[in-house]
Each structure stands twice: as structure tokens, then as C-alpha cells.
Write a protein that binds this ligand. Structure first.
Ligand SMILES: NC(=O)C1=CN([C@@H]2O[C@H](COP(=O)(O)OP(=O)(O)OC[C@H]3O[C@@H](n4cnc5c(N)ncnc54)[C@H](O)[C@@H]3O)[C@@H](O)[C@H]2O)C=CC1
Ligand SMILES: CC(=O)C(=O)O
Ligand SMILES: [Mg+2]
Length: 370
């Protein structure tokens, strides 16, 4: 198969769809890979490294989109990229369609087959292609939160761990999945007083055991959210209903009752955000203030540590990219229901239930198509 890897064009997005090591695996399996010039240069993956791995370097994104049978990317295609997609072409990347009607319509119109990393599933549960970036974003959420709590960044002027004689900061993490767990690990490591809210009791039991009582594990209710947001110095939004728009759990009134200078990091912003006051921001201008509370809502947080993230992402996507390249879309998804779960749009149809429900499309069950 001819596989194309364009350079990412989202704001401050330096990740790339494949590492040179990933290219080498695909080439060894008999495939051809074309990579856009300078696609990975910013993170030390030079054109020479891609060539040494067996890729051909192509100057323009236009040529890659015009010729490749499968496009491997990182971020959801921007409108100019959506318009380059063709019927029968395969797109393998993050999509986050439920909160994004414009992109969804452009992908439907393109006639391409679009697999969303974030809805591919695993036999033991979980989301194997979302997990590595959730690990990164969870860890970064505390780093970003700590930074923006500094006075010069508009924050309250609080040190997460406190010092002997001064109590540590209160960190509230809403959602105890991959992002929430990694955020808790970092916050505990920095000495904060950490509370995780989740709606799943089995998950709260696991977290209680994992953190050996060092983290408060609390069932998520409106009451708990109201009380704990008012006390918090840093709130991390980390809930997910796979493929669907995030529920707005923290209301505008709750934000108004928070301490001025407190910081909220809404990691769930790529699914629309779980705070009523959230709106997407970029690495260039990551924060804004509502009712005195600093909001950090960067939709591509892992792009900030793009070298680590590119390696972590390729580790997870490569086995699926190989299946798709070796077998072609139809045979690959027919053989693997977990990969089929990733198919969000195919040949002008919406093939993921939560996206169809969120945006008012007819849902077409992909298992009826292959
Ligand atoms: N902004 C960014 O750059 C990035 C964003 N993300 C996003 O972070 C979010 C979280 O991802 P993961 O941790 O991987 O998901 P996950 O599925 O591992 O965890 C989500 C958790 O939320 C809990 N939950 C669901 N509804 C809830 C509710 N009403 N109240 C309390 N808890 C609830 C679930 O029980 C689950 O434990 C996703 O939207 C993901 O796309 C992930 C990576 C990067
Ligand atoms: C998951 C996601 O949105 C990201 O890595 O940017
Ligand atoms: Mg995102």
C-alpha cells in the first residue's frame, strides 16, 4: 500500500503520524511510505532519518493527499486537509467528531473512510490509541496547572506541595480514567492534596488500592462537585464518554464560587470540554479568565511535548497501521471488531453511533458494510 504522512498544520503541532522507526516497519512489510518534507524536523526526526528508514520525501501536502491510499496523521484534519481527501482513501488519525459538526460534514462529503484513533477499542476494554496521549496529557495537566498557579501567570500564587508549615494545594481531578490517573500520580508526586471524582465505583475501588489511600476517591455527584470545586486550587477535567460530547459537569455557578486565581485545566476539551465555561485554546494562547478563574483548554496538549508524544503514539498505532496496510480496509475491519469500532465515517455515511446521535446523522452500522 502507498502510505502518506503529511506535516501537521494545527497551531504549534509538532507531532507527526509516524516515527522513522515506524516507517521502517511498514517498509519491511512491503509497503511504500511518503513523508512530507520537514514533517518531523522540529522534533529531531529529519528527512534524512526518514529516508534512511525507507521513506520517500515529498515536498507538498497536495501531492501526498493526491496519491496516498492511506493517510496517517495525528490531529483531526483541518478544513483545507479535509478538502484534499478523496473517495476510497483511508484516513487514520484523531478525529473528535461529536463536538465538531463542520469537520464531520467535510469528511462525509469527502467520500473517504475515516478511522478515529480515539474510538478504536481493545479486547480487555479501554481505548488503546487514545491511552498514550491521555497518559501524556494527564501528566502535563499538573505541570500546566502548577505553572499557571504562579502569580506572574495570573494564578493564585500557590505552590502545589506547600512547604513545611504551610498546607499543600487542593487538586481536584474529575474523571479517574487514564488522564485522571496520570494527573493524580504527578499531583501526588508534587505533594498536593488530591481528590479524584468518578461515577464508576469499581474504578474508584481500583484507584483507592492503587494509591494506597494517598488520594481521596469520591463518588461524583452535583453535591460533591459543588463543594470540592469551591475548595480547589487546581481542577483537572478528565471525563470521557467514548466518541460522545463531554458532559458539562462543572457549571458556570460552580466556577463563580471558586477562589479567584484558581486554575482549571480541561483536558476533555477535545470532546467539547466538561466545564460549562470551557472553550478551545491553543499552545500559543493557552489560557483565558472567567470569573477570576484561569482556564487552560488546549485541544492538543501532547503537541507541547511532541517528541515524546510522537514516539508514544507510533508505538500504539503501528500494529493497526500494519493490519490496514497488509489487508486493506475491508478485510482488516472485518477481521478485527476493535479496529472496526474506530470507523467513524465511510463512503459518505456516519458509522459511529455517538457521533450520529450528537450531530443528527443517520447511523449506519459498519458491520453491515464489510
Ligand atoms: N486535550 C488534549 O490534548 C487531550 C485530551 N484527551 C481527552 O481527555 C479525556 C479523558 O480521556 P481518558 O482519561 O483517556 O478517558 P478514560 O475513558 O480513560 O476515562 C474517563 C473517565 O471518566 C469517567 N466518567 C465518565 N462520565 C463521568 C461523570 N459524569 N462523572 C465522573 N466521571 C465520569 C469514566 O468512568 C472514566 O473513568 C478525553 O476526552 C480525551 O479525548 C486525551 C489526550 C489529549
Ligand atoms: C488525543 C488528542 O486529542 C491529542 O493527542 O491531541
Ligand atoms: Mg485533542
Amino acid at each position: 500500500m502507498l502510505i502518506g504522512v503529511p506535516k501537521e498544520i494545527k497551531n504549534h503541532e509538532y507531532r507527526i503520524g509516524l516515527t522513522p522507526a515506524g516507517v521502517r516497519e511498514l517498509v519491511a512489510a512491503g509497503h511504500q511510505v511518503i513523508v512530507q518534507a520537514d514533517g518531523g524536523t522540529a522534533i529531531g526526526f529529519t528527512d534524512e532519518l526518514y529516508q534512511a528508514a525507507g521513506a520517500t520525501i515529498i515536498a507538498s501536502a497536495d501531492e501526498i493527499f493526491a496519491t496516498a491510499e492511506m493517510i496517517i496523521k495525528v490531529k483531526e484534519p483541518q478544513p483545507e486537509e479535509c478538502k484534499k481527501l478523496r473517495p476510497g482513501q483511508l484516513l487514520f488519525t484523531y478525529l473528535h467528531l461529536a463536538p465538531d459538526p463542520t469537520q464531520t460534514q467535510l469528511l462525509v462529503d469527502s467520500g473517504a473512510s475515516c478511522i478515529a484513533y480515539e474510538t478504536v477499542t481493545a479486547p480487555g476494554g479501554g481505548l488503546p490509541l487514545l491511552a498514550p496521549m491521555s497518559e501524556v496529557a494527564g501528566r502535563m495537566s499538573i505541570q500546566a496547572g502548577a505553572h499557571h498557579l504562579e502569580k506572574a501567570q495570573g494564578g493564585l500564587g500557590v505552590l502545589l506541595g506547600g512547604v513545611p508549615g504551610v498546607a499543600p494545594a487542593d487538586v481536584l481531578i474529575v474523571g479517574g480514567g487514564v488522564v485522571g490517573t496520570q494527573a493524580a500520580r504527578m499531583a501526588v508526586g508534587m505533594g498536593a492534596n488530591v481528590t479524584i471524582l468518578d461515577r464508576s465505583l469499581p474504578r474508584l475501588r481500583q484507584l483507592d488500592t492503587e494509591f494506597n489511600g494517598r488520594v481521596n476517591c469520591v463518588y461524583s455527584t452535583v453535591d460533591a462537585l459543588e463543594t470540592l470545586t469551591a475548595q480547589a486550587d487546581l481542577v483537572v477535567g478528565a471525563v470521557l464518554i467514548p466518541g460522545a460530547a463531554a458532559p458539562k459537569l462543572i457549571t458556570r455557578e460552580m466556577v463563580a464560587n471558586m477562589k479567584p486565581g484558581a486554575v482549571m485545566v480541561d483536558v476533555a476539551i477535545d470532546q467539547g470540554g466538561c466545564f460549562e465555561t470551557s472553550k478551545p485554546t491553543s499552545h500559543q494562547e493557552p489560557t483565558y479568565v472567567v470569573d477570576g478563574v484561569v482556564h487552560y483548554c488546549v485541544t492538543n496538549m501532547p503537541g507541547g511535548v511532541a517528541r515524546t508524544s510522537t514516539m508514544a503514539l507510533t508505538n500504539a498505532t503501528l500494529p493497526f497501521a500494519l493490519q490496514l496496510a497488509n489487508k486493506g480496509l475491508g478485510a482488516a475491519v472485518a477481521a478485527d471488531p476493535h479496529l472496526m469500532a474506530g470507523l467513524n465515517v465511510h463512503d459518505g455515511k456516519v458509522t459511529y453511533q455517538a457521533v450520529a446521535d450528537s450531530l443528527g446523522y443517520d447511523y449506519v452500522d459498519p458491520s453491515t458494510l464489510f
